[in-house]
Design a protein around this ligand. Sequence first.
Ligand code: HEM
Length: 428
Amino acid sequence: LRHGAMRQTVARQAKKGDLGATLIIDRDTVRDPFPHYERIRAQGRIVRSALTLTTVDHEVTQTVLRSPDFIVSMRMPENAPSLLQALMKVGGSYPLGPAEPPSLLSSDPPDHTRMRKLVTRSFSAKAIAALRGRTEEIATGLLDEMTATAGRNGRRADVIGDYAALLPATVIAEMLGAPTSMREQFLRWGEGGAYSLDMGLTYGQFRRSEKDIDALTDWMLGHFETLRRNPGDDILSSLVQAHDEEEGKLADDELLSIAMLLLAAGFETTVNLIGNGTRLLLEHPDQRARLAAEPELWPNAVEEILRYESPVQRTGRVAGADTEVCGIPVRRGSLIITHLGGANRDPAVFPEPGRFDVAREGADRHVSFSSGIHYCLGAALAKMEGEVGLRALFERFPDMRADGLPELRGTRVLRGYRSLPVRLDRAP
Ligand code: HEM
């Protein structure tokens, strides 16, 4: 009941033209948030809505994300409007959802610094470069399977279910010492888990999310026991060891939280990079032809895909003190929503931001991986997987074309497709 009433109030705010509320509730903005970002941009660098402060400005976004005045642990602003408090708590909280405390995503220094240090090395550029060969092998294997399945299915395939979801899920399963036979199950749990990042859910979405996170938590606790009995050279074996060896290094709930975040981030985000990239290249045959002729452009193309269709559309911070951003005063306790997908279309940084150009100079100035101390730990991994995955797909199927409409996932923070039907052969 409380949930239904809350949604109605947010809906009323949205009807009144409150831009922040609209992005939380309105279905059309899930499908296509970009015109909405432009409405916010036209109103100012920081726009005050009934619930939050909102920005799509590149400089403001970067300043907020890099500033020690803005924190993540004070999730509930002390002086927040009661409606916002209800929104953020709706139906209870998500114990151990990927972004709930003590997640890295919701910890400030010094806890954040201590926890992040335990996993940084496994995701360094050097560590990720060493995984490229294996990622190419996995991609080749999946494309072989996709060819075989499509052969029995009139040359039809679903890029998401048959490929884009499986590639990062297989890589992260191997990195975490989890059996790859679990990857389909991880993906099913991940679908509900992804809702936990959004605000203003329907009751059904909330229940699904809670159930999936519970199931994943149970599995993870069992996995720790397996790794204790039989440690490998994977990341989780070393985390379990760090936890068991030295008291104070990593608490029980911190170990579980990092493990859940790595797993969820591993299979929930890069799928969208590969899926969004596939759709963009199918829609822009000139850009696709350019990559076929100049394959050295692939790394830049991945940056442009990340900029143009950010797989994570937004994040937020709370002002821990009275402060100012780019000359605009912000009161302690204010929640500011930074729309990464909107900042990536800021014409002050990206000329003609609505043009998709795989050779764009400065495409890598996007904020799709955030900025500052929470800058995505998996950025090097995601970019490597995106490049290997997309290039292998388009080189294997040079005649691939869209076959019907893709279906969006329907989540707001994460932007990507649930299915992307294609035909692998040439048009008749
Ligand atoms: C943090 C995006 C892939 C692990 C973040 C944040 C963003 C992001 C925006 C920061 C949120 C904030 O500042 O509030 C992405 C995108 C990806 C991707 C767009 C793929 C295209 C991955 C992968 C992993 C990963 C593959 C690892 C398996 C993490 C972790 C954090 C994080 C652990 C928390 C870092 C911290 O709080 O210190 N990611 N991510 N990400 N990401 Fe990623």
